[in-house]
Write a protein that binds this ligand. Structure first.
Ligand code: ATP
Ligand code: LTN
Length: 332
């Protein structure tokens, strides 16, 4: 067990998880969890950067329940809440002292988000968000970080930061690698295939919530943006149609030839129905299990407490090493 590569990943409890989160991250985590020593985190401190932490405790439980419902096995993987392991925030402060402002200024996610807010509403936490993410990853000497395509730039910053600190302090951190799938790593919004499906977008119509009932899923797919064409291949179809085909491929494992066999000449109305069907079929058992898990919050909290205790073992060891290399006076 100890010699398996370490995997770390997380999601913010700032809304209901959606199909993009499932296909880009959660499903790949589940599919490969037996190969690695895994830490799957609910990153509640990151969610504070949205500055409207409504129902944080409830949403934290809900994300944890969805991890489990989708197939994360707490025997095989450590499931933790970020704020239960204070070493995350401590290492983030230290790493922040070694992070050039210019690196953070280049982050496209920061630029996108801050463009939408007045400067009074941009907390410095939003700016240093990637430093906390680097701390999450480096704390566990992580080898691999399975994420969606949108996180590639944050991972690059994490690697550069680890290299920089290793140069200053001597070899301390493992240099992690992003693990981004070839299908499902960028699910687009159903109502606007030029932007990714997102928890925080204003329009509900663009995302399929993992807890959406079947009729809502079907209605959203019916209204999905397509066009008046007939192409059902991944090269020439319009972005909205390609997105539907990608979702289908990700859930069924169908190859490009099969896409043509299933959908050629059927019209986009039929494509939407079939994709809605496979999505509903995928979500049904997840929703059932999630509902059951949320019936017993005490058991869920206990499981999260176990996860935090396990995580603190590794996190504490890394922090002891970091403090010693920085020359901090040990507390007696
Ligand atoms: P927001 O859009 O509000 O920032 P989010 O939906 O991106 O939120 P996160 O908690 O930031 O949610 O992301 C959790 C994981 O899901 C990350 O690994 C991220 O890369 C992945 N992910 C998010 N959106 C998509 C998407 N549309 N397609 C594929 N993967 C995604
Ligand atoms: N920034 C990530 C969430 C996140 C994360 C992490 C992902 C926070 N810490 C560590 C992987 C590893 C996002 O998806 N928006």
């Amino acid at each position: 067990m100890a010699d398996r590569p370490v995997v770390f990943s997380g999601m913010q409890p700032d809304g209901v998880l959606h199909l993009g989160n499932l296909l880009g991250a959660l499903r790949p985590w589940v599919q490969e969890q037996s190969l690695y020593r895994n830490y799957f985190c609910v990153v509640d401190l990151h969610a504070l950067t949205r500055q409207e932490p409504r129902d944080l405790a409830q949403k934290t439980r809900e994300v944890a329940a969805l991890y489990l419902a989708a197939g994360i096995d707490p025997e095989q993987s450590t499931l933790l809440v970020q704020s239960h392991v204070p070493e995350h925030a401590e290492l983030a402060w230290i790493l922040g002292c070694f992070t050039p402002m210019g690196w953070l200024e280049r982050m496209t996610q920061f630029k996108d988000r801050s463009r939408k807010l007045s400067s009074e509403r941009i907390g410095s936490g939003l700016f240093s968000y990637p430093v906390l993410m680097a701390a999450d990853i480096l704390l566990y000497k992580t080898d691999l970080v399975p994420v969606g395509e949108d996180q590639r730039q944050h991972l690059e910053l994490t690697r550069n930061l680890a290299l920089r600190v290793n140069r200053i302090l001597g070899d301390t951190f493992v240099i992690p690698r992003a693990k981004i799938g070839s299908i499902g790593a960028r699910v687009m919004a159903l109502d606007d295939p030029s932007s990714k499906m997102s928890k925080s977008a204003d329009s509900e119509a663009g995302r399929i919530g993992l807890l959406d009932p079947p009729d809502r899923v079907r209605a959203k797919f019916r209204r999905a943006t397509t066009d008046s064409g007939t192409a059902v291949d991944l090269e020439t179809a319009s972005p909205g149609v390609q997105n539907l085909l990608e979702i289908y491929r990700s859930l069924t494992g169908a190859g490009e030839r099969e896409l043509a066999e299933v959908f050629q000449g059927k019209g986009y109305g039929r494509l939407k129905e079939v994709v809605a069907d496979v999505v509903i079929q995928e979500l049904e058992p997840i929703q059932r299990r999630c509902h059951d898990l949320l019936q017993d919050p005490v058991a869920l909290d206990r499981l999260l407490a176990d996860g935090a205790a396990r995580a603190r073992g590794s996190a504490g060891a890394t922090m002891a090493q970091v403090r010693q290399r920085l020359g901090m006076l040990p507390a007696r």
